[in-house]
Design a protein around this ligand. Structure first.
Ligand SMILES: [Zn+2]
Length: 344
């Protein structure tokens, strides 16, 4: 066992807003392919392709403006009609439009998602049916006979038409942000959240996570562009050397390659499907096989009663959703070993 990382708890416990990054995901000007959906909704493809074109153009324009360049940041959009989807299409970013989630648990919860693949490409899925809230009034008997509570409930359902242009374009911009390497902008400020929701204030980033039933009007901001410049430098998607520097200074060492199964484990563990003990045995395996290395200093006073801190679990969750780099997740694992919560 050779390497180790000194762990600093400061960042993880602070409740300041934070902007996560995934890191460099593109190595050249990306080709974005938008796939025509199989739907009978009138003009759906016409609108979806228009909004996608707008979203791509906006990212390009803002990047070029903020770096004071012209045509340095380029993304090529290809619209792929249904009949051309039979054979393999090679794109850096693929956008698939589906009416709504196939999985019940994601209904009314997810507007879209992005999977960043190891081969520096990304798959985006956008759900395009509008969500309607229907008001349902009913009464429940109270404890006192003859008295009733009157209850108002809002029941969501999927409409048979598209989400309006603004929130749909916003979702496309947000998912393209993930595909380019941005994570979420996370705010703990309830006041600000309320203001964004009420439309009194614009969110500081397009990368805020949004609840599908809340109306929030967000757009690409200079902060989003700044974050991408941090990842790629100012000369477009090519600048690899600069990215290495960022990895050096931000994370302190090179990328960690973790086996795929551990990502599922991390997800299940953060969702409470598998126990701390099962998760710990996965980590043990990785340490024994030198997949991750942890130096044990010997003077740690540890107690097996200690509970796994929440930030480790949330890091596991974010990592399993490709929102933070592996290094951040590994820091959590190393903390568990160093503090004696997990013994190897
Ligand atoms: Zn997101």
């Amino acid at each position: 066992m050779s390497t180790i990382l000194l762990f600093s708890p400061y960042q993880s416990f602070s409740q300041q807003d934070k902007f996560e990054i995934i890191g460099q995901t593109m190595t050249h000007d990306p080709t974005i392919c938008a796939l025509e959906p199989n739907t009978t909704i009138l003009d759906a493809w016409k609108k979806l392709s228009k909004y996608t074109r707008g979203a791509v153009l906006d990212w390009e324009t803002q990047l070029n403006q903020q770096t004071r360049t012209r045509d340095v940041w380029n993304m090529e959009l290809q619209l792929i009609p249904l009949e051309k989807q039979t054979h393999e299409i090679k794109c850096d970013i693929t956008i698939e439009f589906l009416p709504k989630p196939q999985n019940k648990e994601e209904e009314f919860v997810v507007l879209g998602y992005t999977i960043n693949n190891k081969q520096n490409d990304a798959d985006i899925v956008i759900y395009f049916l509008n969500i309607e809230l229907e008001r349902v009034d009913y009464t429940e008997p109270a404890n006192d006979p003859g008295y009733y509570y009157s209850i108002v409930e809002w029941i969501p359902s999927y409409a048979d038409y598209l989400i309006p242009s603004e929130p749909l374009t916003m979702t496309i911009k947000h998912e393209i942000g993930h595909a380019l390497g941005l994570g979420h902008y996370i705010s703990y400020d309830d006041d600000a959240l309320q203001k964004w929701q009420d439309g009194v204030q614009r969110p500081p980033s397009i990368m805020i996570p949004i609840e599908p039933t809340k109306v929030i009007s967000a757009d690409i901001t200079p902060l989003d562009v700044e974050k991408l410049i941090q990842i790629y430098g100012r000369d477009g998607f090519y600048s690899e050397e600069i990215v290495d520097e960022i990895y050096e200074s931000k994370i302190g060492h090179e990328r960690v390659a973790l086996p795929d199964w551990i990502r599922n484990n991390a997800k299940w563990w953060s969702d409470g499907i598998i126990s701390d003990k099962d998760f710990a045995s996965g980590i043990e395996f990785m340490i024994k096989n030198d997949i991750i290395t942890v130096e044990i200093t010997g003077t740690n006073s540890f107690s097996t009663e200690q509970k796994i801190p929440d930030w480790v679990k949330s890091n596991a969750k974010w990592w399993s959703e490709y929102l933070i780099p592996s290094e951040e997740f590994v820091k959590g694992l190393q903390f568990l070993v160093k503090s004696g919560i997990i013994q190897v």
